[in-house]
Each structure stands twice: as structure tokens, then as C-alpha cells.
Design a protein around this ligand. Structure first.
Ligand SMILES: *[C@@H]1O[C@H](CO)[C@@H](O)[C@H](O)[C@H]1NC(C)=O
Ligand SMILES: *[C@@H]1O[C@H](CO)[C@@H](O)[C@H](O)[C@H]1NC(C)=O
Ligand SMILES: *[C@@H]1O[C@H](CO)[C@@H](O)[C@H](O)[C@H]1NC(C)=O
Ligand SMILES: *[C@@H]1O[C@H](CO)[C@@H](O)[C@H](O)[C@H]1NC(C)=O
Ligand SMILES: *[C@@H]1O[C@H](CO)[C@@H](O)[C@H](O)[C@H]1NC(C)=O
Ligand SMILES: *[C@@H]1O[C@H](CO)[C@@H](O)[C@H](O)[C@H]1NC(C)=O
Ligand SMILES: *[C@@H]1O[C@H](CO)[C@@H](O)[C@H](O)[C@H]1NC(C)=O
Ligand SMILES: *[C@@H]1O[C@H](CO)[C@@H](O)[C@H](O)[C@H]1NC(C)=O
Length: 452
């Protein structure tokens, strides 16, 4: 025992005298504009949150949408397509097929307030969420080539489809518009609307396939339908008709963030999680795909390497047997349980407490291969620098900025035992550097305010 202690002490002493690594932040190098981070509660997870008692409900909502937790500012809803009103799947507002593609759709009110997604959207907006994004996984079955909203198939009327029932593009566009109006009637403005989820997949739940050309064939109809009604939501899709699109989205599951998309449009990574057994850890020996630290890197690499302007985890809060699809585990059975995973705290470093809508990502490079970094300049003059130490050893880190004279440099530290633990960095006499220790396998944010 004694020997082990001595080795540890020696290691610490060495770390203390080792040269500090430098993270150079260059406000003159400007990259993309930050829109925010977010999550979804689609497929009835909003209902689970609604079922919690008032205290637990507030806890979950605050953990997701305020500075007490992730600080999300984007919320993604699912637009239902399933006719069965008793199922867990996302229910349609036009479940019954009309007489023909020329008939008005048979609308019903948003089923159970859209599985409480409407209610949750209001809760999110009340906590400062900036963007409500509504996305349809599929058109209704009667509008599609294979007569079900499940198992892929295409929208009737787009390129290379032939349906006896005719062309349903206008009906689908009308339905999306009706949904947007239903939300508007509740005082919820939908900022972005999408009409596909994963167009290359056929799944045993709502899914609709489309090539870029087929998507463009629908956008031709949807864009003027939105415009006619003077609706402001902007379209969102993965391909085609770029002039009508507000932004381009992608999912992280099977394609790890790499080179930026070849587009001038903003890009959001809108859905990603893992499916392994529930993991609350920040770091598991050897690293696990669902660790908080892994997600800190996933988010950093999405903003810092892939040039995304928005990053959304899949669910915010979900049940235990939903595996790691959620960031917070909730159990509505008495006694109720709400427990955030460490992935939530990884997101918090990239949330609104440090980076606000309209911030610019700026240049940041580190002198150590173990340190992966990003920096964002907020429009109010504050700067946030995220430093991930992927090495085992603790590291002294100096951030360099042109002028730190008179600035306050706070630090926020997350690892297995700490969530955004607040501290202070030491600003050097020349006002060019601020120094703090970043322990092994941890994430520390520098937050610079005041000064020049
Ligand atoms: C719907 O079409 C997809 C292919 O586009 C096919 O894989 C699936 O089996 C079809 N489903 C039904 C119920 O026919
Ligand atoms: C049209 O769809 C069929 C399947 O229904 C497919 O085999 C074919 O390659 C498609 N053609 C084009 C030009 O996309
Ligand atoms: C209904 O389908 C027919 C046949 O494809 C098409 O000519 C017609 O324009 C469609 N109606 C509407 C309202 O899109
Ligand atoms: C990054 O995204 C922005 C839009 O947000 C775009 O204007 C810019 O060209 C992209 N940069 C690269 C390197 O792809
Ligand atoms: C939810 O909590 C109840 C009561 O504590 C417990 O029996 C049950 O196993 C929990 N469910 C899950 C999925 O963890
Ligand atoms: C969770 O697991 C239990 C027991 O296996 C099952 O009865 C329940 O339907 C599952 N819940 C969800 C949301 O999958
Ligand atoms: C950290 O950055 C280096 C250099 O860009 C990269 O090779 C490495 O994959 C990154 N680490 C993680 C965990 O993403
Ligand atoms: C640095 O910022 C301080 C505080 O705003 C200011 O007084 C000082 O003039 C600045 N120094 C330089 C070299 O820009």
C-alpha cells in the first residue's frame, strides 16, 4: 500500500512540474454560427414526462432545458402517421383515408395533444428553447406505395412510383400544413418542418423511403403550399431543391462525424444515441460507447470537425429499458425516479449556459494530442472554450487569448464525480494566458467574461 501511495505521489509531483499544454484560441478565425443543442421526446416519451408528479416533472424539464442541466435550445417533435389511436406509435391527425386523393383529409384534433408533445413544447419554450422542429417519419399509409406507414415504401406521386390511388403529394403537404396550424393555434410556432426521417431505411415502425430526386419531387409541392399560407417554418431535408431548404440534417448512428457536408446550408445532426444497457458513467475503463466522455467527444467532433450548427441527442428523458436512448432515466412507477446520466452533463458544456444562439465557433488548437478542444465567441463578448482531456494523466492547461486583462475566467469541470463543478482559472500577469488543471479523462470549460 505504502509503495503504491509513493508512486502516486511521485506521479503528481511530475505532473506539477511538467510543462503546461497550451490551447491557442484565435477569435480572428471564424467558422460556423451556433444554433444550439437539443433532443426529442417523440414516441410517447413526452407522455412519460407528463405522467411524472409535479416535482419530478420540473426536475426533468429543468435538467433538459435550463442552466441547471443540458441547457438545450432545440426541441424535435415527431409528426404522427399511425392510424391506430391506441398504439404507442406516433398517431396521425388524418388517420382515416379520404374517398380519394382529391378529397379533403379527415382531420381529427391532435391526438392526446400529440402524445403531450404539444404540452412539452410549451414547457420547453417557457424555459427558453429557441427552435421547435417537427419531423414526420412517414406519410400516412394510404398516401404510400405499400399502403402502410411502416416498412418503408414511397410517397405516391414522386418520381418512379405508380399508385392506382393517384398522386398524394398535395394531400401530404396539406397534412403537414394542418399540423403546423394546429400547433400555431396553441401558440407554438414551428420553426422547421421535415417530411422524412431516415429515407434510406425501411423499419418496423413509421418509415418512408426517398431518393434525392423523389424528395425534390415532393418539395416542389410542399414549398409553395407553405408559402401560400404565409407559413414561416423552413423546410428541412437531406437532399434536393436546395433553394427551398432551411437546413440540412443528418443522424450520427452509422456515420461518425467526419468531413463537413458539401453544402452552404446550415447542418444539424438531429438524432443519435446508443442502444447498450443503461450506463450512467462518465468513463468506463477502456471507454464505452455510452460514456459521458465518449459523448463529449461526439459533440465536440460534430461542431469542431463536421461543422454542424446544431446537435441533438435522441431522447431527453426515457424509461430504463429504453437503454441509452435517453439522457435521463425516468421511472413513473412509485416511488418515482429521475436520474441523469453523465451524457447529459457532457451536453451541458455545449449548452446555453456557455454558448448562445448566434455564437461563432472560433479557432482553437492544442499543443497536446490528448486534448481535444473547441471555442465559441458569444455575441455578448463572452468566450467559451471546451477542453477534453482524453489522456489518463492530469494536465495543466493554459488557454491563450489576445487580451485577458481585466477578464474573469471561470472554469466548469465534469468527470465521474463532478458535474459542472465551478472554479477559477489563474490569469497570467501579461493578460495573455489563463491556467487551470484538467484531470485525466475529464472535460473542463473555460468561460471568459469581462475584459476586452
Ligand atoms: C413496403 O415497401 C418496402 C420497399 O419499398 C418493402 O421492403 C416492404 O416490405 C413493403 N411493405 C409492405 C407491407 O408491403
Ligand atoms: C424505380 O423503382 C424500382 C423499384 O420499384 C427500382 O428497381 C428502379 O431502379 C427504380 N428506377 C429508377 C430510375 O430509380
Ligand atoms: C390525384 O391523382 C391524379 C392521378 O395521379 C392526379 O392527376 C391528380 O392531380 C391528383 N390530385 C391532386 C389533388 O393532387
Ligand atoms: C460550414 O457551414 C457553413 C454554414 O453553417 C458554411 O457556410 C461553410 O461553408 C461550412 N464550412 C465548411 C468548411 O464546410
Ligand atoms: C420502476 O420502479 C419500480 C418501483 O421502484 C421498480 O419495481 C421497477 O423495476 C422500475 N422499472 C424499471 C424499468 O426500472
Ligand atoms: C420495458 O420492459 C418491460 C419488461 O420487459 C415491458 O413490459 C415494457 O413494455 C417495456 N417498456 C418499453 C417502453 O419498452
Ligand atoms: C482528438 O483529436 C485527434 C486529432 O484531431 C483525433 O485524431 C482524435 O480521434 C480525437 N479524439 C477523439 C476521442 O475523438
Ligand atoms: C485589454 O483589455 C483591457 C480591458 O478591457 C483594456 O483596458 C486594454 O486596453 C486592452 N489591451 C489591449 C492591448 O488591447
Amino acid at each position: 500500500m505504502y509503495k503504491i501511495n509513493k508512486i502516486a505521489a511521485t506521479g503528481l509531483a511530475l505532473a506539477a512540474i511538467s510543462q503546461a499544454a497550451t490551447v491557442s484560441v484565435d477569435p480572428q478565425t471564424e467558422f460556423q454560427t451556433y444554433d444550439g443543442t437539443g433532443c426529442s421526446e417523440a414516441f410517447e416519451r413526452s407522455l412519460y414526462v407528463h405522467e411524472l408528479d409535479a416535482a419530478h416533472q420540473t426536475e426533468v424539464l429543468d435538467l433538459l432545458f435550463t442552466e441547471k442541466g443540458a441547457g438545450f435550445t432545440i426541441f424535435r417533435n415527431g409528426i404522427g402517421s399511425t392510424p391506430n389511436q391506441n398504439s404507442d406509435f406516433m398517431k396521425s391527425i388524418a388517420p382515416k383515408a379520404p374517398a380519394s386523393n382529391d378529397s379533403e383529409l379527415n382531420y381529427i384534433p391532435l391526438p392526446r395533444n400529440d402524445q403531450y408533445q404539444g404540452w412539452l413544447s410549451k414547457q420547453a419554450k417557457a424555459r427558453g428553447v429557441n427552435y421547435i422542429y417537427a419531423d414526420a417519419w412517414s406519410a400516412d399509409g394510404y398516401m404510400k406505395t405499400n399502403n402502410t406507414d411502416f416498412y418503408g415504401g414511397q410517397l405516391c406521386g414522386v418520381y418512379n412510383t405508380s399508385c392506382e390511388s393517384g398522386d398524394w403529394r398535395q394531400s401530404y403537404a396539406d397534412k403537414l400544413v394542418h399540423y403546423i396550424q394546429d400547433y400555431a393555434a396553441q401558440g407554438i410556432h414551428i420553426d422547421y418542418v421535415g417530411f422524412l426521417n431516415e429515407p434510406d431505411l425501411s423499419t418496423p415502425y413509421a418509415s418512408m423511403e426517398a431518393t434525392g430526386r423523389q424528395a425534390a419531387d415532393f418539395i416542389k409541392i410542399l414549398a409553395p403550399t407553405l408559402e401560400e399560407l404565409a407559413l414561416t417554418p423552413r423546410l428541412l431535408a437531406r437532399a434536393g431543391q436546395a433553394k427551398n431548404l432551411g437546413l440540412v440534417t443528418s443522424h450520427g448512428y452509422s456515420s461518425y462525424p467526419g468531413a463537413p457536408f458539401k453544402t452552404k446550408l446550415k447542418t444539424w445532426q438531429t438524432e443519435w444515441s446508443t442502444f447498450d444497457p443503461l450506463n450512467y458513467n462518465w468513463y468506463t475503463a477502456g471507454g464505452a460507447q455510452s460514456d459521458g466522455l465518449t459523448w463529449a467527444n461526439n459533440i465536440r467532433n460534430s461542431f469542431g470537425t463536421s461543422n454542424v450548427t446544431g446537435f441533438l441527442y435522441w431522447w431527453g428523458a426515457a424509461e430504463k429499458n429504453d437503454t441509452n436512448e435517453g439522457l435521463i432515466y425516468i421511472n413513473t412507477t412509485s416511488p418515482e425516479v429521475v436520474r441523469p446520466t453523465k451524457r447529459l452533463w457532457a451536453h451541458a458544456h455545449f449548452g446555453k449556459q456557455f454558448i448562445r444562439q448566434g455564437a461563432t465557433r472560433i479557432g482553437a488548437t492544442s499543443s497536446s494530442a490528448n486534448l481535444n478542444v473547441t471555442a465559441f465567441a458569444n455575441t455578448d463578448g463572452t468566450t467559451a472554450v471546451q477542453v477534453i482531456n482524453n489522456g489518463d494523466a492530469s494536465q495543466q492547461v493554459s488557454i491563450e487569448l489576445p487580451n485577458l486583462s481585466g477578464a474573469t475566467v471561470a472554469t466548469f469541470f465534469t468527470n465521474q464525480d463532478n458535474d459542472l463543478l465551478e472554479g477559477t482559472a489563474t490569469v497570467g500577469k501579461a493578460g495573455k494566458k489563463a491556467k487551470a488543471t484538467v484531470p485525466g479523462r475529464s472535460l473542463l470549460s473555460f468561460y471568459v467574461s469581462g475584459g476586452d
